[in-house]
Ligand binder design. Structure first.
Ligand code: 76U
Length: 470
């Protein structure tokens, strides 16, 4: 016999849920034994003064979950349920404190981070119009699983875009759209032999370096000379993949001159397994020059894997990036990932398609070029006035950050700590040093982003920086 109590006024749990819960707990705690017969629905309903329906719903739920079974015309019985093993650790379901996330209060902070874009000028109303169009036109495709490389028409649009703006030579078939450059590179590298050797620019993109190291590749950070990655060192590292950012070296900002581009492309031709990964992350922003064609556009031997992103031209939260694979690698990709599900949000991709097609994207990039150029000038002016002879700025009119050397006795750690106290978000060379240490006596290097700081706050941010460094 079971004794249940029901609270008819309880708002949180309906009557059927209370009956269900009570019986479930009795079974789990062993108060109701396997094979024990449950009271008939009518009897339990009378006993609890509830409707037969409530009892029936509770029994049906217990039956569906396997707590009880039924024998035709005889009634309901308790199942023989395997007992849980209790390891005695009652806290096991609680998240350990070291895994709890802390949320930083950004009140009063100013950002000279290189990791942002200025979202306040993004034409969201126009974006939403394109989204509506995408919903109207692609209703059926949105309800289906799209091509793992991204919908064809979106790839076609990206293909036209990068042909025009970057000189990239490819077919839509060669494009893979994904949620971020790193996830694309992970896909690319996962299908490579694990004895692949990778050369990377040092200083460089630390996140990419850790990803590749964690994937167990032999990664060689290679020093740079005035023209970019040192080809002799690439050669001696025995690398078969070289990762570069030729349009705007990350983070030093250098633009790789044509002579080094050709040397690098030539390096890739000496063996069939050699490839260059060109990360073209912010090349859309050039201020005093025209756009510089991508390295891929010079490649005559299909040795370049090109990656691009909408994180800088639009905003990083979109997570839309793409890579262009040479035919050999594409064939391998199709085979290796024949069962892959697409990783991008196709509603956003169709929206992007219309945003580019109706000219909004180009208008936005143009507008942002003017805006960033203006902010970059203000920032450089402020820095030069404030620091005078104590600053040397690598003056490459491109991208969303500048690279500058400061005379100071402090080291990178000290500067980062003080920046934190002064509520200034800024990153030092320390973040980008892969293997080689770049620290000269009495000087430090900073990467200064200007995308997300308001014009009128630039002076204040430079003031904080002056206070920190001097
Ligand atoms: C991206 C480089 C060198 C690609 C980048 C960035 O995933 O397409 C920087 C840091 O948005 P995704 O990545 C674009 N290649 O610097 C963008 N930089 C990152 C975000 F700002 C992080 O960690 O220092």
């Amino acid at each position: 016999m079971i004794y249940l109590t029901i609270d008819k006024n309880l708002k949180t749990n309906s009557i059927y849920q209370q009956i269900y819960e009570a019986i479930k707990v009795s079974i789990l705690e062993g108060r109701m034994k396997p094979g024990e017969k449950l009271p008939s629905k009518r009897i339990l309903a009378d006993q609890l003064k509830v409707s037969v329906n409530s009892v029936m719903n509770a029994y049906e739920q217990l039956l569906a979950e396997g707590y009880i079974y039924t024998t035709e015309r005889k009634g309901y019985y308790v199942e023989n349920i395997t007992q849980f093993i209790h390891k005695g650790d009652l806290l096991k379901n609680q998240l350990p404190s070291d895994l709890k996330e802390s949320f930083m209060d950004k009140e009063g902070w100013l950002s000279l981070s290189h990791m942002t874009s200025n979202i306040s000028l993004f034409p969201f109303k126009k974006w939403l119009k394109c989204q509506q169009k995408a919903i109207d036109i692609h209703n059926r495709e949105l309800s289906e699983i799209t091509h793992p490389q991204g919908p064809y028409i979106v790839r076609k649009t990206i293909c036209h875009l990068i042909a025009l703006t970057r000189g990239v030579i490819c077919e839509p078939e060669q494009i893979i759209i994904g949620a971020g450059t790193m996830s694309l590179i992970r896909q690319l590298m996962e299908m490579q032999k694990n004895n692949s050797v990778i050369a990377m620019e040092d200083p460089g993109y630390f996140r990419m370096y850790s990803l590749l190291k964690n994937m167990q590749f032999d990664v060689h950070p290679v020093k740079m000379d005035a023209k970019g990655i040192d080809i002799k060192e690439v050669e001696s590292s025995k690398a078969n993949f070289t990762f570069v950012t030729p349009s705007h070296q990350f983070p030093t900002g250098k633009i790789m001159p044509i002579s080094r581009r050709i040397e690098l492309l030539n390096w890739s031709t000496y063996s069939n397994d050699r490839y260059i990964v060109e990360d073209d992350y912010d090349s859309e922003f050039k201020y005093e020059t025209d756009n510089i064609p991508a390295l891929q556009s010079l490649d005559r031997n299909q040795r370049v894997i090109y990656t691009g992103t909408f994180s800088k031209t639009m905003f990083p939260g979109l997570r839309i990036s793409y890579m262009v694979l040479p035919p050999d690698i594409l064939r391998e990709y199709r085979r290796y990932y024949s069962d892959l599900m697409p990783s991008s949000n196709s509603l956003n991709l169709f929206t992007l398609h219309y945003f580019i097609e109706n000219g909004e994207y180009n208008r936005h990039v143009k507008r942002m070029n003017h805006h960033y150029e203006m902010k970059r000038k203000i920032l450089i002016n402020e820095l030069q006035q404030r620091f005078n002879n104590d600053i040397h700025i690598e003056d490459v009119p491109a991208g969303l950050h500048i690279f500058a050397h400061f005379k100071t006795n402090k080291d990178h750690d000290e500067i980062e700590k003080m920046a934190n106290q002064a509520k200034l978000e800024i990153y030092s060379m320390k973040r980008f040093m892969l293997k080689h240490k770049y620290k000269e006596n009495n000087s430090i290097d900073l990467v200064i982003g200007f995308a997300n700081i308001q014009e009128e706050k630039i002076a204040e941010a430079v003031n904080r920086l002056y206070y920190i460094i001097s």
